[in-house]
Ligand binder design. Structure first.
Ligand code: BGP
Length: 479
C-alpha cells in the first residue's frame, strides 16, 4: 500500500507533556526533599530568583509557592490518566522529581517511597496502554545540592546525577523506553536558576559560571545515555531543546549574522549532545568572551561516544533579531528569549509570538542539522479560559492554535522530516513555569484552581478535549 502523502506515520506517538514540579504537589510527602522550584513564589519576587538571586534557602513567610500543591497530580494521577486514555493518548511525558528519589541529592540510598510512586504511575500508564516518556531533570534540583555544592557549578553534581539516573533506569527498565535528560537544556543561559539551580554571588562572572555548569550538564547527559544503554535494551534517550528559530529583521547582513549567532547559542547544546563535540564556533565565542571551561581528560571521549538517539524539542514561538537600535526598541513582552516584534505575526496574551510556519521551519532546520528522529515534546497556547454561563469552556482559540501547528508539523513530515511523536504541553491545566500562575492554561482538561491556590481542584473537559480525541482517533487526518 502506498503511503498517503498527508498521513502521519503509523504508530505516531500522540499525547501530552507535564512536569513533576508543575503538577504533582505533595512537595514534602513521602520523604521528598525540597527542590529549587519549591522556593519559587508567584509575584514580583519570582523573576529575580529565576535569574539567579535566591534570597533564602527556605520558603519565605507571606509568599505563595504554587509547586507545593500544584494540581495534586501526586494523589489524583489515576483520575487524570483515565481522562488522557479517554482522549486516546499513546504517550504521556512526565518528569521524575530527583528529590523524591534522593531527597538531598547526595544521599547514599534512594527513598523507596519516591521510587514506589513512579512505579505506581508507570503501572497505571501501562494499564491504559500509554507509553511513558520520562524527563530526568525538568527544572528541579534538590535544594541541598544548591546550598552545599553550588549546584551545577560544581563538577560533583555529575556523579550525583549519574547515580540518580542509574537508579531510575534500573528500577524502571521494564517500564520506560523513552527518556529525556535535561528539559530545555539551553534555558540555563536565560533562566539559570530554573535551568541549573544557579545562584550567583556578588561579582561572579555569570557567563563563565553558566558555561561551566553547561559543560557539567552535558557530561552528565552523556553519562546518562551511556548508563541507559547499558541497563535498558532498546532504550531511546533524547536531548531536549527550547527551539524556535530566529529571523533576521532585515536582509542587512549584520542582522542575518546576528540571527545566526542567536540560533547557535541554542544549537550549541544539541551540537554537543547530538554530534558529540564542541562546535568550532563555540571555541571562538569562548575566546572572545574570556570564558575558560574546565574539563577532564575523559570528557571528550564521553561526549563523542554517548550521543543522543533522538532530538526532543519544545516549540512555542519564533524570534526576531536586529542590530538596529531603533528596531530593537519594539519588543514583545513576556518572551523569555527576548524578541523584537514580528510585524507579520500576532502574539498570545503573554506576548509569545504565534508562528505555525516557524514550527515547520524549525523542524526542518533541526532535521537538516542532526539527521536524527525528532520528537515534539512541547507545544501549545497558554491562555485565560473563562467558563461560559453553562460552565463550559469553549477554547476554540486553543483549537485554532493547535490545528495550525499540527498542519505545519504534517507539512514538515511531508518535507521528509522524521517526526516520531507529538506531546502538547499541559494537556491538563498545570502551574505555569515562567509566571507560577494557574490562569495561564494550556489544557484540554480544566482544573478548578486559581493563582492563590483557591478552588476545588475538580477536573472538567474543555471543548478542545473532544477535538484532540478526534485528532488522535484519526491519526491526525481529522484536524
Ligand atoms: C517550557 C517548559 C515547561 C512549560 C512551558 C510553558 O519552557 O519546559 O515547563 O511550562 O515552557 O511555559 P509557561 O508555563 O511559562 O507558559
Amino acid at each position: 500500500m502506498t503511503k498517503k502523502i498527508n498521513a502521519f506515520p503509523e504508530g505516531f506517538l500522540w499525547g501530552g507533556a507535564i512536569a513533576a514540579n508543575q503538577s504533582e504537589g505533595a512537595y514534602l510527602t513521602d520523604g521528598k526533599g525540597l527542590t529549587t522550584v519549591d522556593l519559587l513564589p508567584t509575584g514580583e519576587n519570582r523573576f529575580p530568583i529565576m535569574l539567579g538571586s535566591l534570597p533564602s534557602f527556605s520558603p519565605m513567610e507571606g509568599e505563595y509557592y504554587p509547586s507545593h500543591e500544584a494540581i495534586d497530580f501526586y494523589h489524583r494521577f489515576k483520575e487524570d490518566i483515565a481522562l488522557f486514555a479517554e482522549m486516546g493518548f499513546k504517550t504521556l511525558r512526565v518528569s521524575i522529581s530527583w528529590a523524591r528519589i534522593f531527597p538531598n541529592g547526595d544521599d547514599n540510598k534512594p527513598n523507596e517511597a519516591g521510587l514506589q510512586f513512579y512505579d505506581d504511575l508507570f503501572n497505571e500508564l501501562k494499564k491504559n496502554d500509554i507509553e511513558p516518556l520520562v524527563t530526568l531533570a525538568h527544572f528541579d534540583v534538590p535544594v541541598h545540592l544548591v546550598k552545599e555544592y553550588g549546584s551545577w557549578k560544581n563538577r560533583e553534581l555529575i556523579g550525583f546525577f549519574e547515580k540518580y539516573a542509574k537508579t531510575v533506569f534500573s528500577r524502571y527498565k521494564n517500564k520506560v523506553k523513552y527518556w529525556l535528560t535535561f528539559n530545555e537544556i539551553n534555558m540555563l543561559l536565560h533562566l539559570p536558576y530554573i535551568g541549573a539551580g544557579l545562584v550567583f554571588s556578588e561579582g561572579e562572572d555569570k557567563q563563565q559560571v553558566k558555561y561551566q555548569a553547561a559543560h557539567h550538564q552535558l557530561v552528565a547527559s552523556a553519562l546518562a545515555v551511556k548508563a541507559a544503554h547499558e541497563i535498558i535494551p532498546d532504550v531511546k534517550v533524547g536531548c531536549m531543546l527550547a527551539a524556535g528559530m530566529t529571523y533576521p529583521y532585515s536582509s542587512n547582513p549584520d542582522d542575518v549574522m546576528d540571527a545566526m549567532d542567536k540560533d547557535r547559542e541554542s544549537f550549541f547544546f544539541i551540537d554537543v549532545q547530538s554530534r558529540g563535540e564542541y562546535p568550532s564556533y563555540a571555541k571562538r565565542f569562548f575566546k572572545d568572551n574570556n570564558i575558560v571551561v574546565k574539563t577532564e581528560e575523559e570528557d571528550e571521549k564521553l561526549l563523542k561516544d554517548y550521543t543522543v538517539d533522538y532530538i526532543g524539542f519544545s516549540y512555542y514561538s519564533s524570534r526576531v533579531t536586529s542590530t538596529d537600535p531603533k528596531v530593537q526598541e519594539d519588543t514583545t513582552s513576556g518572551n523569555i528569549f527576548g524578541s523584537i516584534t514580528n510585524p507579520y505575526l500576532k502574539t498570545s496574551e503573554w506576548g509569545w509570538t504565534i508562528d505555525p510556519k516557524g514550527f515547520r521551519i524549525t523542524a526542518n532546520q533541526l532535521y537538516d542539522r542532526y539527521q536524527k528522529p525528532l520528537f515534539v515534546v512541547e507545544n501549545g497556547l497558554g491562555a485565560v479560559d473563562e467558563p461560559d454561563a453553562q460552565g463550559e469552556i469553549n477554547d476554540d482559540y486553543r483549537i485554532v492554535y493547535l490545528r495550525q501547528h499540527l498542519k505545519e508539523m504534517q507539512e514538515a513530515i511531508n518535507d521528509g522530516v522524521d517526526i516520531i511523536g507529538y506531546t502538547s504541553w499541559g494537556p491538563i491545566d498545570i502551574v505555569s513555569a515562567s509566571t507560577g500562575e494557574m490562569k495561564k492554561r494550556y489544557g484540554y482538561i480544566y482544573v478548578d484552581r486559581d493563582n492563590k491556590g483557591n478552588g476545588t481542584l475538580q477536573r472538567s473537559k474543555k471543548q478542545s478535549f473532544y477535538w484532540y480525541k478526534k485528532v488522535i482517533e484519526s491519526n491526525g487526518e481529522n484536524l
